[in-house]
Design a protein around this ligand. Structure first.
Ligand SMILES: C[S@@+](CC[C@H](N)C(=O)[O-])C[C@H]1O[C@@H](n2cnc3c(N)ncnc32)[C@H](O)[C@@H]1O
Length: 232
């Protein structure tokens, strides 16, 4: 028997990879299997490019980001590494345990984690709201209100980074997924200046190896105006 303290990665290591028939179906999402499948992956490209934009075009003092749907923390750790304060939010408690116990976690004093559902999460004002591959998992009837809160939370001069999923994606027929046509995605982004809006379609696999058609909008969007340093 080991004499060390139990660690959240133990639970992850003990989790079988997702059943191929389950992961695609929202009622039986196997998030621990997802966390295991993506463990150790690099931060998302949209996040890295957005952080670069702040570095190259001006970053507010003491920059604050929300990682909405943080998963096992690949983006959160990158933001912390680059000097941001981060509120990492996820609806799965294992995700938050994994983030807080990542071996590569730096500046843990700058990290706050919060267990919350997309459908009713409160979002404080932030300089960057990053939501990588997560927003489509919001229940469709709650999506419009969630998006309003996303838009409201990004300060003038701040950015949204992440993905929306398109209507031609294989998962678009799953009842509790929020997918959008290109025109709908563009309308959602109207409050922002678009710095990246790439529509990508490809045939590939999900993280469990299921064949899948991907239809994704990769987004970096800046809210017009300049940040007010007195805004808490
Ligand atoms: C596909 S993963 C993306 C994780 C991470 N951002 C990444 O890029 O790897 C989606 C994340 O959203 C969380 N999630 C899914 N549906 C949710 C919901 N309705 N409310 C809160 N979190 C949710 C899952 O637990 C998971 O961590």
């Amino acid at each position: 028997m080991s004499d060390r303290e139990p660690h959240p990665w133990d639970e992850l290591a003990a989790t079988p990879l997702p059943d191929r028939s389950l992961f695609s179906y929202s009622a039986e999402r196997d998030w621990p299997g997802y966390f295991r499948a993506v463990q150790g992956r690099d931060p998302r490209e949209t996040l890295v490019q957005t952080l670069d934009r702040f570095d190259n075009h001006g970053c507010p003092p003491d920059p604050f980001a929300i990682d909405l749907g943080c998963g096992e923390g690949r983006d959160t750790v990158e933001m912390l590494r680059r000097g941001w304060r981060v509120l990492a939010i996820d609806g799965h408690s294992l995700a938050l345990d994994l983030v807080a116990n990542r071996p590569d976690l730096v500046h843990p004093d700058r990290l706050e984690t919060r267990l919350a559902a997309l459908e009713d999460v409160e979002l404080p004002p932030c300089d960057l709201l990053s939501s990588s591959f997560t927003l489509p998992f919001c229940r469709p009837d709650a999506f419009a209100a969630l998006w309003d809160r996303v838009v409201a939370s990004v300060r003038p001069g701040g950015r949204f980074a992440g993905q929306l999923f398109g209507d031609l994606d294989s998962w678009a027929t799953i009842p509790d997924r929020a997918h959008h046509t290109r025109a709908e995605a563009e309308a959602l982004l109207a409050p922002f200046d678009l710095e990246r809006f790439d529509e990508v379609q490809s045939d590939g696999e999900d993280c469990a190896g299921n064949a899948k058609h991907w239809h994704i909008f990769h987004i970096i969007a800046r809210k017009p105006g300049t940040s007010d340093p007195t805004d808490p």
